[in-house]
Design a protein. Structure first.
Length: 271
């Protein structure tokens, strides 16, 4: 069991607020005066979506779901989207345990599968992730590939083995023929990136979208073996959703041109 260090919890200001017990953050986005222009009925819906949609999503989507949620609310007047970010495995376990939610979003298919019958219908693949190495802007350790992460004196952060980013890290080390070096295991990809930006680690295996969002706070080292562990991001409505019409509509919205444009703009690969 990995207990997140309180110092590693994501910073949050304004509309961002802490979610107890998850090292996650929640974002409530309310769009006043939406016109509902362009709204359409989702799969099999008898009515246009309305009301609150509670979304549990992998931390990898922190930089984009807020924008997608805002567009969804603009399309469907009277909706409010609440996004909670955290480790995929923990979120899937919460859904499987019966926690009230409307949509689950994971960074790979295996983690979605762990939710089992707690999600309804086949999950929708809507994006793909790929690992890169995040290093300090001037790359002082001269990291150029996975083998460099095993060098003495290089402090490395990777996700917990139970998380999609941790599973992918194991796969790319195997593809490179490099043993997993001594590393700091962290709860999720956002925390791994923070280890580098705070100076607590020299390198971290994170998603390309994370380094793009970090801007000039980090440099990105690409490596060929990352193609061995491309993650299929999936979304599904929760079987016990109190708002199934809006839940299915939000899942569908991720695959609309508007949703896909937002995802590709921050570096996600499209299915």
């Amino acid at each position: 069991m990995i207990t997140p260090d309180p110092a590693d919890r994501p910073a949050h200001t304004g509309r961002w607020r802490a979610v107890a017990g998850l090292a996650a953050v929640a974002l409530v986005i309310a769009v006043a005066g939406c016109t509902g222009g362009g709204a359409r009925k989702p799969r099999g819906a008898a009515a246009v979506p309305s009301g609150t949609v509670t979304v549990l999503a992998d931390a990898a989507f922190g930089m984009v779901l807020g924008r997608v949620a805002k567009q969804f609310q603009e399309a469907y007047r009277g909706t409010e989207v609440i996004v909670t970010l955290g480790p995929s495995a923990a979120l899937a376990a919460r859904v499987a345990g019966g926690e009230a939610a409307d949509v689950l979003i994971t960074a790979d298919a295996a983690t979605m599968g762990a939710a089992g019958a707690a999600v309804s219908g086949p999950p929708l693949p809507f994006a793909r992730t790929q690992l890169v190495i995040a290093v300090a802007p001037d790359n002082p350790k001269r990291v150029s590939g996975l083998a460099d992460l095993a060098r003495k004196g290089v402090r490395v952060a990777i996700c917990a083995a139970s998380e999609p980013c941790g599973t992918a890290a194991t796969a790319v080390f195997a593809a490179a023929g490099v043993g997993i070096p001594k590393v700091t295991r962290v709860p999720d990809v956002a925390t791994a990136l923070k280890k580098v930006t705070s100076g607590a680690a020299d390198a971290a295996l994170v998603y390309r979208t994370d380094t793009r969002a970090a801007g000039d706070k980090v440099s990105t080292v690409e490596f060929a073996e990352s193609s061995a562990a491309v993650g299929e991001c999936q979304a599904a409505a929760v079987a016990t959703s109190a708002n199934p019409v809006a839940a299915n509509a939000f899942v569908d919205f991720l695959h609309t041109p508007a949703g896909q444009d937002q995802l590709s703009s921050v570096g996600f690969r499209l299915p």
